[in-house]
Design a protein around this ligand. Structure first.
Ligand SMILES: Cc1ncc(C[n+]2csc(CCOP(=O)(O)OP(=O)(O)O)c2C)c(N)n1
Length: 637
């Protein structure tokens, strides 16, 4: 346990109503203590540190000025919401963040009335806030709707779709652009440069407000300065900001760490806003904690750490991570073939493509938080003769689904999808689970869908994808470390639609798709003690299925069990469909399909989450016994 700093002001605040009784001077102290408490808590739990530290003053000011939870405060992504959680009745559980049965690392409606809208995927806040505003105006829940969105999240199309609609509707809506000039990695794109230009070298809000006549939204002390600035500007032509062109009143830029300025601006906006308003606040990610401010990612995601030194406690690993194996294999393919290109949607570190980018800068594209665009952009490159690898986490690829169907699959374009974070991911919880990709890809005509059972298989799947020009192909692999298997020196492409037998046995066959294979191995070893020796196969492909292998397993065994780290409707459903069509069930095969259950599983360690899912070795062992028992009974009858 670390020494916790004294927090006399924070101790008085259990809910935002307590905070609203404090003087502005006390709010300063509160912000100071809230920062210390956030650092102390995350040092014990790990998690998103930098983003929360960047919005400490904003969090205090927003709860001080607005009547939360009547007013709806919506944090985009909501990885910056830890300080908000501390101020909204969850301080006593803040050290359970991201753990089993603990607080979620994101905002969640079921967790608190102060979280009016759940998030974790980015760029949804303006749409949701506009929805609250529309509902309010139609007699639904009263109160203001306030979206806080980062400059990184502003790179996604949804944010513009929402602003376009908000400008048209003209409803009272408050958007705070939390501009820290960082995404997870440095932000990319023309919009990011545009935002920087909005305040580069210019005095803060007086000048812009004066230029655009938004002086009335400034608190009185700033109005004087604005009037002076207006005089200066008389003969200058100053264009409107993009936000104004979209129908928003633009206020800013303001200093997002200057509590006085924030309180004054928010109070004025609250009193005067009569349409959509965008407040542009400049903040610093990791603010107030030197190790975070000094880190390349500004403390975006950290393990547990020592508060004094900032040193993170990372567990030592024996095997390489799947992500790094993928990146290395792709670099090797790129060295062999200059048509190989790579695309990431704002995740160069998470997908491992950073190292590819360092080697082949002109062949690697970070498109911003823009999965839809990433997919169609890759499709365009494929149509143009390149071999694009689109590296996107399973959960985020969901956002690009119509693009996968309409732009890639229907046109049979050879886009290669490298799907990281397949299966349950742990601390990020249900919003980040890679549960659905097999179901949503394997139902598409012409798609090839693979899952790696270990890191050697992953390398071969990269080679397979590189060699596959006949339509789209995807391979999935989980978060975390590989198994530690020997790596092929010269990885050869796999034969499309062919699985492999891992162990030959009798009576029962386990057909695994993906990295549950290791759990199945353990189950087989335990079953051997009971005299049961299952056949174990690695399907490799969910599409096309290895029909020959599957039918043989069905023919030669009393029971067949499929196993995968995905939702209902995936690999097992395709196998069942095949068996049904071929009339195999008519002969009395005991068939079981082990998939993720039909629930959203809350955060815990991946192992604990798979326990909830019933997909660990002991569950496989049970399933084998049950399938054999049931089968024996039914065949005797
Ligand atoms: C659709 C989607 N893609 C990718 C991510 C991963 N992600 C989480 S936070 C983040 C960066 C957000 O940057 P910004 O909005 O500027 O917030 P900051 O962390 O800088 O406060 C990204 C890319 C995500 N949450 N959602």
């Amino acid at each position: 346990m670390t020494d916790r700093p004294p927090t006399p002001t924070l101790d008085k605040v259990h809910l935002p109503a307590d905070l609203r009784r404090l003087s502005d001077g006390e709010l300063h102290k509160l912000a100071h203590e809230l920062r210390a408490e956030t650092i102390s808590a995350v040092s014990e739990t790990g998690g998103h540190l930098g983003a929360g530290l960047g919005v400490i003053e904003l969090t205090v000011a927003l709860h001080a000025v607005f009547e939360t939870p009547r007013d709806k405060l919506i944090w985009d992504v909501s990885h910056q919401s830890y300080p908000h959680k501390i101020l909204t009745g969850r301080r006593d559980r803040i050290r359970t963040l991201r753990q089993k049965d603990g607080l979620s690392g994101f905002c969640k409606r079921s967790e608190s009335p102060y979280d009016p809208f759940g998030a974790a995927h980015s760029s949804t806040s303006i749409s949701a806030a506009l929805g609250f505003a529309a509902a309010r105006d139609l007699g639904g829940d009263a109160g203001d709707a306030i979206a806080v969105i980062g400059d990184g999240a502003m790179s996604a199309g949804m944010a513009y779709e929402a602003m376009n609609n908000a400008g048209h509707l003209g409803k009272r809506l408050i958007v705070i652009l939390n501009d820290n000039e960082m995404s997870i990695a440095p932000p990319v794109g023309a919009m990011s440069s545009y935002l920087s230009r909005l305040y580069a070298g210019a005095p803060f809000q007086e000048l812009k407000a004066a230029a655009k006549g938004a002086v009335s939204f400034l608190p009185p002390p700033f109005q004087q300065g604005a009037k002076r600035a207006k005089e200066m500007l008389k003969h200058l032509a100053v264009g409107g900001t993009l936000f104004e062109e979209l129908g928003f009143s633009y206020v800013g830029p303001i200093d997002g760490h200057d509590l006085e300025q924030l309180l004054a601006v928010l109070r004025t906006v609250k009193a005067r806003a009569d349409g959509p308003i965008l407040i542009h606040a400049i903040t610093r990610k990791g603010k107030g904690y030197a190790p975070a401010e000094g880190a390349a990612d500004k403390g975006h995601g950290v393990s547990k750490f020592d508060v004094i030194t900032g040193e993170q406690k990372k567990a030592k690993s024996n095997a390489p991570s799947y992500t790094s194996v993928f990146a290395k294999a792709l670099i090797a393919e790129a060295a062999r073939d200059d048509k190989v290109v790579a695309v990431t949607a704002a995740m160069p570190d998470g997908t491992g493509l950073k190292s590819f980018m360092e080697r082949y800068a002109s062949r690697c594209f970070d498109v911003g938080i823009a999965e839809q665009h990433a997919v169609t952009f890759a499709a365009g490159m494929a149509a143009g003769g390149m071999k694009p690898f689109c590296a996107i986490y399973s959960t985020f690829l969901q956002r690009g689904y119509d693009q996968v169907v309409h732009d890639v699959a229907i046109q049979r374009l050879p886009v290669r999808f490298a799907i990281d974070r397949a299966g349950l991911v742990g601390a990020d919880g249900a919003t980040h689970a890679g549960a659905f990709d097999v179901a949503y890809l394997a139902n598409l005509p012409g798609f090839t869908v693979m899952a790696a059972a270990d890191e050697a298989e992953l390398v071969r799947m990269v080679a397979t994808a590189a060699a596959h020009d006949d339509g789209p192909i995807a391979f999935r692999f989980p978060r975390g470390e590989g198994v530690g298997v020997e790596m092929p020196a010269d990885p050869q492409p796999l034969e499309i639609g062919k699985g492999r037998i891992v162990r030959e046995g009798s009576r029962v066959a386990i057909l695994s798709f993906g990295t549950r294979l290791q759990e199945a191995e353990t189950a087989c070893e335990r079953l051997a003690g009971r005299g049961i020796t299952p056949t174990l196969a690695d399907a490799r492909f969910a599409k096309p299925l290895d029909e020959e292998l599957i039918l043989r397993l069905a023919r030669e065994h009393d029971a067949l069990i499929t196993l995968e780290e995905g939702a209902i409707g995936g690999f097992g459903s395709h196998v069942a469909q095949l068996l049904a069509e071929k009339g195999v069930f008519d002969g009395g095969l005991a068939y079981r399909s082990m998939v993720l259950p039909d629930i959203f599983i809350d955060q815990a360690s991946p192992r604990d989450m798979y326990d909830v899912a019933g997909l660990n070795a002991e569950h496989i062992e049970q399933k084998v016994l049950e399938a054999l028992g049931v089968n024996l009974l039914s065949r005797r009858a």
